[in-house]
Design a protein around this ligand. Structure first.
Ligand code: MN
Ligand code: MN
Length: 463
């Protein structure tokens, strides 16, 4: 008897000729994307640029929609929806793949600039689930926008060019850390001590380092201190994405949660064959803080986008939106936790994902007794398995970690609440949410293959 045992084999083994080269060159472009898109706004710019190059137009410019039309919706420069209209009727559902483009980071406070200990610093407020100690004593860059009261928008990016200065958050020297060392890891570095060092030369006239920095900012960007009120400035690691390991098999970079799924989704959408079904891509904001606000997936902006499609196809009626959702299928494209050899005790090895073993499916997320979980129906899991197996997409089915150790969630439940069949499907990551997250190039390519195969599939789920 063959195949009665589910043997898990590393993806790098038995690769067909030329596949490794294909994977590596795909990931070279992915690393370029990571270096160019360190914030949600930068990701939106790149994604829309690429969509436009491929013939997508803003849905707001369309007067009607026909089979083959390619449209996108830019939600406030921070989130994007895109769709390729299929010939199949929308009431038979659409195929959605949804990733998020925000990542954990430090935001500037609205009154950031101050002087202390004869140095100039910026106050930050962390965004998303970070381990604070990881953000000290590393090179940091400043990205974002400042919008003046007259609406004039100033984009800022300092610390990425080799010639730029960088910034840092200082840490205590070990010689004087006796007290700090006795504290719990979660309390040793406080949120209020994540202050960014930005200058040390005092003003010639009044001796103020703060004023000297404000003068420099005014000279260079024409901004005044009050303009920080209407700014969104993010502090992110200044280092670049790199190949990792003697075998160059992995990628190390900031922001892979969840731009690894965003990038593979974008490529899959653009490369996918026409299948009849309408394909929809979501690039969401605010996932890391609960998908809240009008750029997060809990807002009704996505309903608006789908309604817009129904209107432009002239097939909208009361209940049409629900009809679309209840017949639709979705891959919630978000990262999972790869087993970390240094911290194996949080994983249950039968149900952990291993980097290099293919794109991961999480049937459910949540914590404790599956609290907050979106639990995919067995019939739908079978459908996705069928699609992947038919297209030779290597996948693994796993959980985040041991029961009762913790938990997490994605945007899956939000679409599931609307009636969509959803399963989490993404790339396993080691050191998730850290300034330098690790992924396997094999899994990155598997995610691309998986999303593409899903977009190209068109059967009904057999309930
Ligand atoms: Mn994520
Ligand atoms: Mn995350």
């Amino acid at each position: 008897m063959e195949n009665i045992v589910n043997k898990k084999v590393c993806g790098w083994k038995n690769l067909e000729v030329g596949k490794k080269e294909k994977i590596f060159s795909f990931c070279d472009k992915y690393m370029d994307f990571l270096n160019e898109a360190k914030t949600e706004r930068e990701a939106v710019k790149l994604i829309i640029g690429k969509l436009k190059n491929q013939g997508f137009v803003s849905i707001l410019e369309k007067e009607k929609l026909e089979e083959g039309d390619k449209v996108y919706y830019n939600n406030r420069d921070k989130a994007v929806f895109a769709a390729i209209i299929g010939k199949d009727e929308l009431r038979n559902g659409v195929h959605i793949v949804g990733a998020h483009i925000d990542s954990p980071r430090l935001d500037l406070k609205p009154n950031p600039v101050y002087e202390d200990g004869r140095l100039a610093l910026l106050k930050t407020h962390y965004y998303g689930g970070i381990k604070k100690y990881q953000w000290t004593a590393i090179p940091l860059a400043i990205h974002g926008v400042i919008v003046k009261a007259n609406g004039e928008k100033q984009e800022i990016c300092i610390g990425e060019d080799e010639k730029d200065p960088i910034f840092t958050i200082t840490d205590l020297l070990p010689h004087l850390s006796q007290n700090q060392n006795t504290k719990k890891l979660s309390e040793a570095i406080e949120g209020e001590s994540l202050n960014l060092l930005v200058g040390s030369i005092p003003d010639e006239k009044n001796d103020s380092v703060k004023e000297n920095i404000l003068r420099l900012l005014h000279e260079k960007y024409g901004i005044r201190e009050i303009d920080f009120y209407s700014s969104e400035i993010e502090i992110v690691p200044a280092f670049k994405a790199r190949s990792l390991g003697f075998d160059c098999s992995m990628v190390s970079s900031y922001g892979q949660d969840d731009r690894v799924c965003a990038y593979t989704l974008l490529e899959a959408l653009l490369d996918s064959r026409e299948s009849g079904i309408t394909k929809v891509a979501i690039f969401a904001d605010k996932e890391e803080i609960g998908s809240v606000g009008n750029t997060g997936m809990c807002s009704e902006n996505f309903d608006y986008f789908i309604n817009k499609i129904l209107n432009l196809k002239n097939i909208n009626h009361v209940g049409a939106l629900n009809e679309v959702y209840c017949q639709s299928k979705m891959l919630s494209a978000d990262v999972g936790a790869g087993l970390d050899p240094n911290y194996q005790d949080v994983s249950e090895k039968n149900n952990a994902s291993f980097i290099g073993y293919g794109v991961e499916l999480n049937k459910y997320t949540g914590s404790r007794g599956k609290s907050g979980a979106s639990d995919a129906n067995a019939e739908f899991v079978a459908y996705i398995r069928g699609v992947f197996e038919k297209n030779n997409v290597k996948y693994q089915v796993s959980e985040l970690g041991k029961v009762d150790i913790g938990g997490g969630g994605t945007i899956a439940y939000i679409l599931a609440n609307k009636g969509v069949d959803v399963i989490d499907c993404g790339v396993p990551v080691i050191s998730m949410h850290s300034p330098y997250e690790v992924t396997s190039k094999y899994d990155i390519y598997s995610a691309y293959e998986g999303y593409k195969a899903f977009f190209e599939s068109f059967q009904k789920v057999d309930y």
